[in-house]
Structure formats: structure tokens, C-alpha cells
Design a protein around this ligand. Sequence first.
Ligand code: LRH
Length: 471
Amino acid sequence: MTGHVGPGTVELREVHRFPNRPVRTGGTLHWDVLALYQGVLDGLRAASPVDSAGVDSWAVDYGLLDAHGALLGNPVHYRDARTDGMAARVSERITPEELYAHTGLQHLPFNTLYQLAAARGTPQLAAAQQLLLIPDLLSYWLTGVRGTELTNASTTQLVDPRTRDFSPAVAEAADIELSLFPPLRQPGDPAGELLPEVLEETGLTGPVPVTAVASHDTASAVAAVPAATGRFAYIATGTWSLAGLELTSPVLSDESRQANFTNELGVDGTVRYLRNIMGLWLLQECLRTWESQGRPQDLETLLRDAAAAPPLRSVIDAGDPRFLAPGDMPRRIADACRRTGRPVPEDPAGYARCVLDSLALAHRLAVEDAQRLAAREVDAVHVVGGGVHNALLCQLTADACRLPVTAGPAEASALGNVVVQARAHGTLRGDIGDVRRVLRGALPLRTYEPSGDHGSPQEWARAAQHLRTRT
Ligand code: LRH
């Protein structure tokens, strides 16, 4: 994506899109990170001319480098099963209560801490001199400079959100060498310049500075929430739904731990207090399953039929880790409905409706719980990310939350990435609130008011209660 930033204007343009196809070899699910890097180079070529660059990606995953800086094998995908049982193993060294008190991170089986526990004793980890999170790895290949960007580091479960630095106590308890991580850098810090070989390969004219943006895609997405005031909740929807609040300090209470809220770090000293919800992955994986069974579905028709299907009939817990791995999603959804005494959807539209109702309900619970646990009230919900294109999901979210939903931008991560670069170079000025006001004026946004069209407030309340008690 290229961004054009001027006084009061921010424009984004897609210049190149490439698939990100995980590869299973020897029973392990990997990222094809060289193919991704090639896609980045192709993108830079298509973007020419370029004044500045920055990289963001999904969180938690990493590549290991040997003593010469060479990559030791393909990064393992966080959806791989290698982390099964690792939380129990780590809890023998540090209790979940202590871990939360130090890191404020929700329990997700794939946190980097658990991935490193799974990698213990492997020749790769033994040979590793350094660990680079995915955006830091891509940045390293572009610039030759190594660093660990803070917002993404905060997803490793090795960072203390109070000090905004690594937690030696956690690392020691979990027996992880913090020296694997290059020094921390803040969003907005310089991260080097494109190497001569990169300029040559992409046809760009240097120097092209690279900025350590908020390299966790969700941190970039939250930075780009076009909020008018501070009283907002956000839902970054895409493969995941990340729903919560922006705070100035972490919430580390045991109640917060039990509610599985995370305190990831954001731009300008903020905390992203949120919960991970499975997101549109549930639907994407249904579509893949039907396709592999020779029953491909047209998404537009499916969503139209889903909008006409009866509301709140089949509801599942969209936070259930049973939905994490790739594979037959309709079967897992049917199993979940049976387990909780809900009717099993009868056709693809029924499944799509089940997914969207369940996501909307999970959004409601996260927005409600976050307000209670952080003692902060909101009067608006911002939906950003790919889910913005799904009008039914946005409307259901407004109905479920009983709050107006402002939808947009869809490419929030790319925008957040661009505005942090623009600020680093002085093209945009002010704090993140000022930047958000520019975005609000510059972007096409759509508002969804709560309606009774998809179930009455009482029906939503009952369904939310059902979800709280039956799962
Ligand atoms: C979204 C995301 C999310 C993480 C997950 C691994 O892309 O970064 O914030 O929890 O991927």
C-alpha cells in the first residue's frame, strides 16, 4: 500500500497484493517468509517512487538467525499444534497468576513464550543467536538493521506493560534468553535505510528511510481509528476480531486475567486493552471447507441469504480455541452447537448467519467487559479492518452492542503504518488524537445505528447471557 499524506489529507492506494499461503512440511505448518519478502520487493517496485517505508504484520511469530545473520528455517505458524500442552508446562515454572501480574497478556496458546517453550531443545533454537519478530525480520532484510519493535514485542508475553520493557523476571522463570532479542525500538523510531541491493532490485532511488512503525498490525489498526473523542471502543476485524479499549495504563487485576483480556502496547504510550475473538477466520475456513468438498459458495450471495436467515438461532463461542487450527470449520461449528443445545445450521447461509451473530455477540461481551474491568465508559464503537466491507457484521455489531458503530477504514493497519511514518518525518504533527482527527476528516466512514431488525434488545441480551453461562 502507498500512502500520500499532506496537510489534512491522507490517501491510501493498493499497488500490489500477493497471497500469503502457509505451507505444511514434516507435519509442521510454516510461513513461506521468503515468498512474503519477495512480495514486499515486488510491492516496493510497484510503489515507486517512495520517500519512506514501514513494515507491519501479524503478531507473535518469529524467525531465528544464526551467528552470521542467516535465517534458520522457516518461521512456524502460530496455528501449528506445536504449542499444545505448553501452557501447562510453562505453568510448572511460573503460575498463570504471576505471568499475568507481570505481563498482563491474555492466555493465547500461541504466545511467543509458549512457542519458545515448544522449540526448547531443537537444534534450531540451540543454534540461534537472535530472534526477530516477522515485521522486524522483513525490516532487517530491507535495511540490514536489527531491532525489536515494542508494540509487537508486547505480544510475546515477555514484556511488562508497566515498564514497557522486557520482564527479566518472566524470562528467567520461563528460562528464555532475552539476549535473543535485539534492542527494543519504539513506533516512530528510525529503522535504517533500504540497502543498495534492495534499491537495485526494486528500481527505487535512495535514500529511502525505513521507520519502525507500530509493527503489530493491530497496533497500527488501532492508531488509525478515526475517533472524535476518547470515549470509544474499537473492533479491529479481519481474520481476527480484536475488541477493546485504548487505555493509558494496564489493567492487571485477577478479574481481568480471568476474563482473558490482554494489555498489548500501542503508540504514544497507550495500552491496547482487548480480547482476541476468532473473527472472520470462522467464515473464511467454512468457505475453504465447502470449496474443498466441491461446493464453492459465492460470498455475496451467501451474505445476502445470511441477512435473511432467522437471527440468533445458532450461536457459538467465537473465542473457543477449538476453532483456531485450520480444517473442517462447519463440522466444528456443528459440534459446538450440539454441545450447547443449539440447533445445527442447515445450510451455508445458516452457518454464515451463525458465525456473524456469534461474532457480534462476542463483540458485545468484549466491549461490555472491557468497560467494566477498566472502569471506563464509551459511547461509540469503531469497526476497522476487513470486516468493514461486511455490512451485515457491522449492523449486527451495532444491534448487539446497542451503540452506534462507525465503520472504516478497512485498510486500518496500512493507514496506521503510514501515519506513524508521516509523523516521524514531520509531515503530520501532534499526538495520536490529532492524527485521528485528520483521518476522520479524510476518510469515507459509514455509521450503523442500533436497530431492532435483527432481533430485539431482549433477544440479544438473552443470547449474550446464554453465551456467558453455557460456555
Ligand atoms: C491479527 C493479529 C492479532 C494476533 C494474531 C496472531 O493479525 O496480529 O492481533 O493476536 O494476529
